[in-house]
Design a protein around this ligand. Structure first.
Ligand code: PLP
Length: 371
């Protein structure tokens, strides 16, 4: 007979999901109510305010999509790209490549700025590409490339985009709550994230925010958005505060309690304090890794604090080390992807995982396994 599933208790220090805070897990277990219940609707309004705080924006259209980060990516592309549109997309890892795939599937024409894995997007390359393609009206890039640990300068890239009359689509799945992100001050137009990284929440929700310029572009569409579920015009009917909420889909009620709780915790800590905590713990982890003779592959000023890519020393079977860490310490580290498969470990310090005991466990366990 198949019995109830009781997962092992792990310490999650990979690329996400990160450790979920006990307060968030407790919120998930609260009684399910109807998704049009007045109490739930009040919670949704608070959730939108809390997301605005996290994204640092006043954007009215700020909400969680009821699906994982990839759906956050998709809602941006299916609404902002029409068949035949040229879109400049920066690829310096797995998720830039996924953006390109989205552009192709919406009938857009991707113009690729090919970057190096493990490096930030090069603003000069972006400027040259936008000059060479004056018809492009969108620039898409990943602020925090989880596949490599490289952080790109979203503010500078947005400035360049606007100089060339382009809007920006920004992947902030790993950035939100973990490193500086200023949607309004940097003029970012459409930004998406995920619940499972630096927000200490469970996977499965995609916070998004759209500025007025992006919404105007959606209103000006000549063609219908090909996805029913992700059509912003329809989703807004449910999430918008101005009009009476209409049924669109059954909201993942308990998952939204969890996101609400994680954002309440972020507000209690302070957004800037959360960025500083991630930076501080990154420095502590780095010191521990360097003491073991391990090296981070991303240049110092392009490193993400929340995702640390470590070069696997020669002669070490990286998969064996990870499986021993899981078996003996219940500790999960991430493997390299794509070009970096087999060459790096990815050590996440995201959200509730970004705390001193995790760093001690990780450095101690690696010291033991590598000695
Ligand atoms: N973008 C980035 C930078 C990510 O790290 C991830 C997930 O790891 C995604 C997009 C996709 O998010 P999800 O796996 O929740 O669909």
């Amino acid at each position: 007979m198949i019995r109830s599933f009781n997962p092992p208790v792990r310490t999650l220090m990979g690329p996400g999901p990160a450790d979920v805070h006990p307060r968030v897990l407790a919120a998930l277990a609260r009684p399910t109510i109807g998704h049009l219940d007045p109490a739930f609707v009040t919670m949704m309004d608070e959730l939108k305010d809390l997301l605005r705080l996290a994204f640092r924006t006043e954007n009215a259209l700020t909400m969680p999509v009821s699906a994982p980060g990839s759906a956050g990516m998709e809602i941006c592309f299916v609404n902002l790209v029409e068949p035949g549109d040229e879109v400049v997309v920066c690829i310096n890892g797995v998720f830039g490549a996924r953006m390109k795939e989205n552009i192709e599937r919406t009938g857009g024409i991707p113009i690729v700025v090919q970057g190096q894995w493990g490096r930030a997007v090069d603003p000069n390359q972006v400027e040259e590409t936008l000059k060479a393609h004056p018809n492009a009206r969108l620039l898409a890039f990943v602020q925090a490339e989880t596949s490599t640990g490289a952080s790109s300068d979203a503010q500078t890239l947005a400035e360049i985009a606007h100089r060339h009359d382009c809007l920006t689509i920004v992947d902030a799945v790993t950035a939100l709550g973990g490193s500086p992100l200023e949607v309004d001050a940097w003029g970012l137009d459409a930004v998406y994230s995920g619940s499972q990284k630096c927000l200490s929440c469970t996977p499965g929700l995609a916070p998004v925010t759209f500025g007025e310029r992006a919404l105007e572009k959606v209103r000006q569409r000549k063609t219908k958005v090909q996805s029913w579920f992700l059509d912003l015009n329809l989703v807004m009917g449910y999430w918008s505060g101005e009009q009476k909420r209409t049924y669109h889909h059954t909201a993942p009620v308990n998952a939204l309690y969890a996101l609400h709780e994680s954002l309440v915790m972020l507000a209690e800590e302070g957004v800037e304090q959360a960025w500083e905590r991630h930076a501080h713990h990154h420095r502590a982890l780095r010191a521990g890794l360097e003491a073991l003779g391990l090296e981070l592959i991303v240049p110092v000023d392009e490193r993400l604090p929340q995702l640390n890519s470590v070069a696997v020393p020669g002669g070490i079977d990286e998969a064996l080390v990870r499986s021993r860490l899981l078996q003996h310490y219940n500790l999960e580290l991430g493997a390299g992807l794509g070009d970096l498969a087999g060459k790096i470990w990815r050590i996440g310090l995201m959200g509730y995982s970004s705390r001193p005991t995790n760093i001690l466990l990780c450095v101690g366990a690696l010291a033991n396994e590598l000695s």
